[in-house]
Ligand binder design. Sequence first.
Ligand code: E4P
Length: 267
Amino acid sequence: MKIFIDTAKISEIKEAISWGIVDGITTNPSLVRKAMESEGTGKKIDEYIEEILKIAGPERPVSLEVMGVKAEDMIREAEILYEKFNDIANNVVIKVPVNTYAGHYEGLKTIRHLSEEGIPVNCTLIMTPEQALLAAKAGARYVSPFAGRIDDYIRTTKLGMKAGEDFKKGDYYPWDGMGVDDNGIRSGSDLVEKVVMILENYDYDTEVIASSIRNARQVREAAMIGAHIATIPFNVLQEMLLHPKTEEGVKKFSEDAEKANYHEIFS
Ligand code: E4P
């Protein structure tokens, strides 16, 4: 499974790249806002994005999202983003929501138009397998099912739980659900699994990015499912490395190495 980092913070991107595990980067307007407020103060947004693209380099796609809700606006913005930034490292992917408002089909029109122009699209805010199928059919290079937000949705609308009170953002929600579903979708991982199954049934080239990942166990499930990619926030990457027995083991090995005069080997 490829790993993308789900952040616009340059410090996090650099650190995760130094671990040798980053195959790409996804951003969205909320992540860019957070990064600009914490690390980008005094910088222009264009310069900040250019820096991300340079750090990522040509081997790592970087998703940049449009802001409009009408196809003509999203197409114009996508073309500007692509023309402005793709020459820097040839790694720009445009993020387009699958749909923007009921009764209009702006997302799919935008995806079709951009893919015909050869601009790669990451179709975002996928909440059902049907949306993913249509996005793939319209030409999306990637589809991003939002696992965490579906878990939130099921917990709040079907189980009557309150976000922040009954569950925290990082809390695990079972893959099999808790006896309720959203039109046949039992959990975020169930959504990812069904999206992968459907696209693989028909050999679409579209890659599935398990998105809106909230904890390490969801990453494990994305990998078990066979998601092509998981886009993972930095705090979840950190969580993936933690286990008390690992820390305990390192401490004991260090103590024993001291006692066995290991330092003589290295001196
Ligand atoms: C990535 O492409 C998505 O924008 C991101 O994973 C959303 O995550 P969130 O639901 O935690 O905001």
